[in-house]
Ligand binder design. Structure first.
Ligand SMILES: Cc1cc2nc3c(=O)[nH]c(=O)nc-3n(C[C@H](O)[C@H](O)[C@H](O)COP(=O)(O)OP(=O)(O)OC[C@H]3O[C@@H](n4cnc5c(N)ncnc54)[C@H](O)[C@@H]3O)c2cc1C
Length: 412
């Protein structure tokens, strides 16, 4: 077992890996070019859902994609220059949309999502910020009553796995969430969830905890990674080289580029999402609420009401699309009619997405001492704590009594 593990990337995944490694007595060094937890992990919708066990590719999705692509107000868009990469990724995505694949992926997602609330509570214990995670329902709100159907595959699988789901009508929905529009005629409540009330702050708090427990933080950019003849990993940075015998790649969507010189080509894309946040909303939501038509999630955060969503496939460094601010603000008002939308904050982040909605966790085949912990797409906040636990078990040489095959980087 190594004396110190170097983690590239201090997003929520890298931070949870660090804490779990420390729990096992292993020293860690975290390298990030920015502040911990302030990249993709900063701007998400805060949903921590043990029942987020349904991948993005589901049966029949191929029928909805063309219509969404043609509608400028839909949640899905692809930048013209990205199509050459989109087509092969999209075909892999569609190949995983049959029910059998969905059920297999669902089992793997369950493994990562189920313990997330409990693990966050453990990580936050004695930080003074235990209130960063609060109990919540996840409300899926529908404008057309007949679409709120508990027999639909996604809800049926959740129920089979023991999730507590309930269908409610519009009146009951407004009793729970008076701020929501009367246009919503029904909802599915997914119970036993939680939400993080400031994803950016949870990153800072967990980084402080890791630091207090002895983690070394290095603020620099890793521009290249290679293995030297003495068996060490050599990390090239503008400040000079760093060396490590064990490296965890947790650089989110940027991980793919860093792995290329090792001959590894992985189908990881930047599935960009946006949020608008209203610092003076003049109204609150008690739960995470998804507008199922618009595919956006609204949640009251410590610093305002946030509405997050959209899937924009584009190059990592393409500038944000300013039209998304108007679109999300319009969608926010449609959900919460009395919302005060002055001083809107606008943000874009990059989900690190594989076609099967599962991350890569574990040793990288043929690269001794290198581990992957990236590719958490829409679910990184909730999957991060269990990712950390599994990763730390593997790094410390513990035998796992589960199959890690669904998370192997070599599955592609
Ligand atoms: C709009 C939106 C809503 C979302 N909502 C939810 C939600 O409600 N619940 C949920 O579970 N998930 C949600 N997600 C997904 C979740 O935010 C991501 O899966 C998660 O943040 C990924 O975390 P990460 O640590 O892998 O990546 P990041 O947070 O991107 O961290 C990677 C880190 O690596 C660093 N880095 C990269 N390259 C280098 C380098 N070369 N050298 C040094 N440092 C480097 C970066 O600076 C960054 O800090 C949402 C995402 C978006 C965009």
């Amino acid at each position: 077992m190594s004396e110190q593990v170097t983690i590239i990337g201090a997003g929520i995944v890298g931070l949870c890996c660090a804490l779990s490694l420390q729990d096992r007595g292993i020293a860690v060094r975290l390298i990030d070019r920015g502040e911990p937890g302030q990249e993709t992990s900063f701007g998400n919708a805060g949903v921590v859902s043990p029942w987020s066990v349904i991948p993005q590719a589901v049966p029949g999705i191929w029928k909805t994609i063309p219509k969404m692509l043609l509608d400028p107000k839909s949640a899905l868009s692809v930048r013209a220059s990205f199509w050459p990469r989109m087509v092969p990724w999209g075909l892999r995505f569609l190949r995983k949309s049959d029910e059998k694949s969905v059920r297999n992926i669902s089992d793997a997602m369950e493994l990562l999502c189920r313990p997330s609330i409990e693990l966050y509570r453990r990580h936050l214990q004695n930080t003074g910020h235990e209130d960063l995670i609060v109990d919540s329902n996840y409300i899926h709100a529908f404008r057309q009553s007949d679409q709120a159907d508990l027999k639909a595959l996604g809800y049926a699988i959740r129920k089979e796995k023991g999730g507590q789901l309930e269908r409610i009508d519009g009146a009951e929905l407004r009793r729970m969430e008076p701020a929501l529009s009367r246009d919503f005629k029904a909802a599915i409540l997914i119970k036993g969830q939680a939400r993080v009330t400031s994803p950016g702050r949870i990153g800072s708090v967990l980084a402080d905890k890791a630091h207090r427990q002895g983690a070394e933080f290095v603020r620099t950019e890793v521009t290249k990674l290679n293995r030297t003849d003495d068996g060490l990993w050599h990390l090239v940075t503008p400040e000079g080289p760093l060396h490590a015998d064990t490296v965890v790649m947790a650089a989110g969507v940027w991980s793919a580029e860093l792995l290329k010189p090792l001959g590894l080509s992985v189908p990881l894309v930047a599935e960009r999402g946006y949020h608008v946040q209203f610092p003076n909303p003049s109204t609150v939501l008690e739960n995470s609420v998804m507008d199922v038509d618009a595919k956006v999630v609204a949640s009251s955060m410590q610093d305002g009401l946030r509405v997050a969503g959209t899937a924009e496939f584009a190059n990592i460094d393409a500038p944000p699309d300013p039209r998304k601010q108007a679109l999300l603000t319009e969608q926010a008002r449609a959900m919460v009619p009395d919302l005060n939308t002055t001083d809107t904050q606008f943000w874009m982040g990059r989900r690190p997405s594989f076609p099967d909605s599962l991350p890569a966790i574990g040793p990288v085949e043929g690269s001794k001492g290198l581990f992957s912990a990236f590719g958490h797409s829409h679910y990184g906040l909730m999957m991060a704590p269990k990712t950390g636990e599994l990763l730390a078990d593997m790094v410390s040489g513990q035998r796992l009594n589960i199959s890690m095959a669904p998370f192997a980087l070599s599955r592609f």
